[in-house]
Write a protein that binds this ligand. Structure first.
Ligand code: NAD
Length: 294
């Protein structure tokens, strides 16, 4: 198996960052997203993502000369191009129904040896592949990149019972030697390794800061550097990740964890966070978040 051509579906925070990392490695990548209702430019989401990649602060996620490796487009008009690529990376919103729907469509057109992977943070692999063919499952696995993909070395890889060893071997090699990732194989358990710990830890910091009436700075001085997040702090990390994805991640954890798991009590979304999402304060990709945009 070989990986020469790649498509990333979902040009949000992670999809664009993953496409940039692939482009930085000198590989061509198609970056696709949905067509927003009424948009004149049908590929506006991917086009805008590409521009943002070159202007991310404090450090760009992609060198200008590598931008030519990314072809932005939209899923409707470019769907048939997916039939020609060696690896399709699904990086759309954390919703099982949308991901499953997309896989069924990909299953109908993918070329025989095409590898398909999901960047899901929390959804079980066994749920993701429900409704697809056995052969799709043989070529499917989870490749969980971390944010921002250019700087975070860890990549969690979740392999299903049907995933072929040659698929795992090919993708592990590519992610390690081409994308510079440290690949860690995980079991198909809720939140895998990092998010099982991370979501608990973020929710605890958030709920305790509210309970103790701490400012964001005070909370981060307690739970940022001392907990090993010196640059952004936990609240800055939420701004980086995107505050709007929190409800999806928590809902997925609630659904996947056993009823008696202690984390079930931590999954409430505080009213202040709900209001921030409604008002567009969803972090760095929005109007700012717990911290103002610099
Ligand atoms: P995002 O909201 O920034 O981007 C999601 C993109 O998917 C949007 O551009 C949206 O238009 C597009 N989209 C929605 N429905 C679609 C569809 N049906 N077809 C094609 N595109 C569609 O989200 P994100 O933060 O990039 O997260 C994407 C995935 O990566 C999720 O599964 C998330 O759990 C996972 N993840 C996120 C982070 C993070 O730090 N944000 C880290 C690791 C993994």
């Amino acid at each position: 198996m070989k990986i020469d051509s790649i498509a990333v579906i979902g040009a949000g925070v992670m999809g664009s960052g993953i496409a940039a990392q692939i482009a930085n490695a000198g590989k061509k990548v198609l970056l696709l997203d949905i067509v927003p209702e009424g948009a004149e430019d049908r590929s506006i989401i991917a086009q805008t993502a590409l521009k943002k990649l070159l202007n991310t602060k404090p450090a760009a996620l992609m060198h200008k000369r590598n931008a030519k490796n990314i072809t932005p487009g939209n899923l409707e008009d470019n769907f048939n191009d997916l039939a020609t690529v060696d690896w399709i990376i699904e990086v759309i919103v954390e919703r099982l129904d949308l991901k499953q729907d997309l896989y069924k469509k990909i299953d109908a057109i993918r070329k025989p040896d095409c590898i398909i992977s999901s960047n899901t943070s929390t959804l079980p692999l066994s749920d993701l592949t429900a409704g697809t063919s056995k052969d799709f499952s043989r070529h499917f696995l989870i490749t969980h990149f971390f944010n921002p993909p250019r700087y975070m070395r860890l990549l969690e890889m979740v392999v299903g019972p049907d995933t072929q060893p040659k698929v795992v071997e090919c993708l592990s090699h590519f992610c390690d030697y081409k994308l510079g990732k440290g690949v860690v194989k995980c079991h198909d358990t809720p939140g895998f390794i990092a998010n099982r710990i991370g979501t608990y830890w973020i929710q605890t910091a958030l709920l305790d800061a509210i309970r103790l009436k701490l400012t964001v700075d005070e909370a981060d001085s307690l739970a940022g550097t001392p907990m090993g997040v010196p640059k952004t702090g936990i609240f800055g990390l939420m701004d980086l990740v995107g505050i709007d994805i929190m409800p999806y991640v928590l809902e997925s954890m609630v659904h996947s964890l056993p009823k008696h798991d202690p984390f079930q009590e931590q999954t409430v979304i505080p009213d202040i966070v709900k209001k921030m999402i409604t008002d567009g304060y969803i972090g760095r990709k929005g109007k700012g978040g717990f911290y103002r945009l610099s």
